[in-house]
Design a protein around this ligand. Structure first.
Ligand code: PGA
Length: 240
């Protein structure tokens, strides 16, 4: 069964562990009560690193068919050692993560991440069995991200198309423009890769990016912090 990915990027939110726990359990509860089986929908929440243990605890109680998966918003490329402030893919696996966002435009902008660093992070994530979700807004970034990765491993890389002006602006890309980019992207990286759309996704436009623009999922920032709306996105994608 082809998965449809619904990925929440909480960014630097919420501001306390308790709030993170409540946010997660509110979403998980709605899924438990209203959706018998997530089926093709793979729901992934990527909180700040610090909240992973508390979310992992909540998550473990859920039956597999209703379980929300965990991901992180970044990782380093080394396993361990003298790298102050970093978190490795090995640690993230241990914390229950299955996914890791890599090369988000905010990391490229505020932390000067370049294509070479993004490529190293993807390779490190794959080495430890994490599926990278690589964010790009240009085709050459996608090519650079996948440099030197063998064909089998490459298929595990998920590529998220996020136009800079669409992120957090409330002005999503049109379905048509997103579809065109998606088709060009598939020509460059191969049709086996799941591609996601990100940028001002909300409960009204979510399904369109899948049915009209033919993406295999969504990367959601702002709306993922509003539990009712995020759940509505899950439900609408599930029922489309
Ligand atoms: P947004 O963020 O949904 O708030 O536009 C998307 C993202 O940055 O991943």
């Amino acid at each position: 069964m082809k998965k449809i990915f619904i990925v929440a990027n909480w960014k630097l939110n919420p501001i306390a562990e308790k709030k993170a726990g409540v946010l997660f359990s509110t979403i998980q509860e709605s899924v438990r009560e209203e959706i018998e089986d997530l089926g093709e929908a793979e729901v992934v929440i990527c909180p700040p690193f610090l909240y992973l243990p508390v979310l992992k605890k909540e998550q473990k109680r859920e039956p597999e068919e209703q379980r929300i998966e965990l991901g992180s918003q970044d990782c380093f490329w080394e396993d361990k050692g003298a790298f102050t402030g970093e978190v490795s893919p090995l640690m993230l696996r241990d914390m229950g993560c299955k996914y890791v966002i890599v090369g988000h435009s905010e990391r490229r902008k505020f932390f000067s991440e370049n294509d070479e660093m993004v490529n190293k992070k993807i390779k490190a994530a794959l080495k430890h069995g994490l599926r990278p979700i690589v964010c790009i807004d240009k085709l050459d970034q996608a090519e650079a991200a996948l440099q030197g990765i063998d064909e089998e491993q490459k298929k595990k890389v998920i590529v998220a198309y996020e136009l800079l002006w669409a992120i957090g602006s409330g002005k999503p890309c049109s379905y048509e423009q997103a579809r065109e980019f998606n088709l060009s992207l598939k020509e460059v990286i191969g049709s086996d890769h799941p591609t996601l759309y990100g940028g001002s996704v909300n409960a009204e436009n979510a399904v369109g990016f899948i049915s009209e623009s033919q993406f295999q999922g969504l990367l959601i920032g702002g709306a993922s912090l509003r539990p009712d709306e995020f759940f509505e996105i899950i439900r609408s994608v599930r029922e489309r």
